[in-house]
Write a protein that binds this ligand. Structure first.
Ligand code: FAD
Length: 424
């Protein structure tokens, strides 16, 4: 038998983004239902036992579980219903709302909602996506999986580990494995600079004397049943292996930290337009995607390095989705917010001129700018709405600013974000 439920809005995912969205929407008076595929709320934070979460939002250094527990307690105190252990198998438009088919151990539930908030986080790239040759023996883990095994399951994934990629999870896992008595041979990064935050390079590698080798990659994995070693090679400035630079390294574990991709299967099935760089939906400053009634937040939109900003985007999405679902505002007046040369990307990609919310822009530079840069926002008519200098910019470090209230967006050409590098 199919159970039927309805709500003003359904939030998909009970990580920090989804919890913030659900709480903000409830505060705005909407009837909210959260669907979470795992048995508990908290998302990726549940396995992040290190500290460093919440510095912006709470001015405190919390662990991931501590940060998540605060939101989970608020969710409970507000009486927001959450369907745990529930997988959304299908989502489609239904009139001016949506219909979702959810599956859990009690059977199938059909949900109807006027708005959706996608807060499904991101997933890790695997060895298949970075073209490593050789067999597929046991002992190859993504960094998040290794983190789950150690921190949640209490398992030691191996004795001697090589870490490929210097993303934050790889750096954090290098330290974590070292603390658990695993011999960490080193972290190998194909680019000529680390992909993770500078503080993680210092605190996770330098403080533990774990070597970091740049411009180096893993070419092949050896071993049939279990990893026995890897072939490493240096790469040139076009990231091609340099012949003759290959060397073998014995290990029984290979941990991959080679990038995260927003989880957007459901957005695709709703034909929500995605951004080619962020791989998440293109949104306006209300975190409203280009598909009416579909909102998105957190790592489902772009990969964030600080959870505080994930929660910030969730609260915006929840409040705006509640207003949409309750019929507060329907007509949007979207103008582009274009990131010019020097940016890797900027979110949001659009501004809704009809929204009262001043846009908060999250961006990354496309290269390291150690002497800093000036970021500006200019209208097609040439008037500068915003200008500020940053001391230094690095692609791993996401930056953020809010455009002044009252900025005129009515021009169809929208706003151009400019980035002028200092010291050149
Ligand atoms: C290893 C690691 C270390 C980090 N360290 C720090 C740090 O030190 N400081 C800091 O501030 N930030 C840190 N971050 C970043 C921060 O934790 C993340 O940015 C944040 O957790 C992302 O939140 P989210 O809600 O967008 O996604 P997630 O936390 O991934 O939550 C998404 C949720 O959606 C659920 N879901 C997905 N698909 C579906 C579906 N189809 N149906 C139902 N549910 C679904 C998932 O089960 C999950 O619960 C770290 C991240 C990682 C991975």
């Amino acid at each position: 038998m199919i159970e039927r439920k309805s709500a003003d809005l359904v939030v998909l995912g009970a990580g920090p983004a989804g919890m913030a969205a659900a709480c903000a929407a409830t505060e705005s008076g909407a009837a909210v239902l959260v669907v979470e595929r795992e048995e508990r709320a908290g998302g990726i934070l549940k396995q992040c036992v290190h500290d460093g979460f919440g510095l912006v939002r709470y001015g405190e250094k919390l662990t991931g579980p501590e940060y998540a527990l605060r939101d989970a307690a608020t969710l409970r105190a507000m009486g927001i219903p959450v369907m745990y252990d529930t997988f959304v198998s299908r989502v489609a438009r239904d009139g001016d709302g949506f219909i979702l088919h959810c599956v859990n151990r009690d059977g199938i539930t059909e949900l109807r909602a006027r708005a959706l908030v996608l807060a499904t986080g991101c997933r890790e790239r695997t060895d298949r996506q970075v073209f490593i040759h050789g067999d597929r023996p046991a002992g190859v883990y993504t960094a998040g999986l290794a983190q789950y095994l150690v921190n949640v399951q209490g398992l030691k994934p191996g004795r001697k580990a090589v870490i490929l990629g210097s993303g934050d999870i790889g750096l954090i896992m290098a330290r974590r494995l070292c603390l658990e008595g695993v011999e960490v041979e080193g972290v190998y990064e194909i680019k000529n600079e680390p992909s993770g935050l500078s503080r993680n390079v210092r605190q996770c590698l330098e403080d533990f004397s774990i070597p970091l080798e740049l411009s180096t990659t893993v070419l092949a994995v050896h071993g049939r049943r279990r990893v026995e070693g890897v072939t490493l090679a240096r790469v040139d400035d076009r990231l091609r292996p340099i012949p003759g630079s290959e060397r073998e390294l014995a290990c029984d574990t290979l941990v991959l930290s080679v990038g995260l991709i927003p989880e957007n299967e459901l957005a695709r099935s709703l034909e929500v337009p995605l951004d080619g760089v962020t791989r998440g939906p293109r949104v306006d400053q209300d975190m409203h995607t280009l598909a009416d009634g579909v909102f998105a937040c957190g790592n489902a939109v772009h990969v964030n390095d600080l959870v505080d900003y994930v929660s910030e985007s969730g609260a915006v999405a929840g409040e705006a989705a509640a207003a949409w679902a309750r019929g507060g505002r329907k007509a949007r007046s979207l103008v582009p917010l274009k990131a010019g040369p020097g940016f890797l990307y900027a979110v949001p990609q659009f501004v809704d001129a009809a929204s009262e919310r001043p846009p908060t822009v999250y961006f990354r530079s496309n290269s390291t700018m150690p002497d800093g840069a000036t970021v500006s926002a200019t209208t097609a008519g040439g008037s500068v709405a915003f200008s500020r200098r940053w001391q230094a910019l690095r692609p791993p470090e996401m930056e953020r600013f809010t455009l002044p209230a009252g900025t005129a967006f009515a021009d169809e050409a929208g706003l151009l974000l400019g980035l002028e590098r200092s010291g050149r």
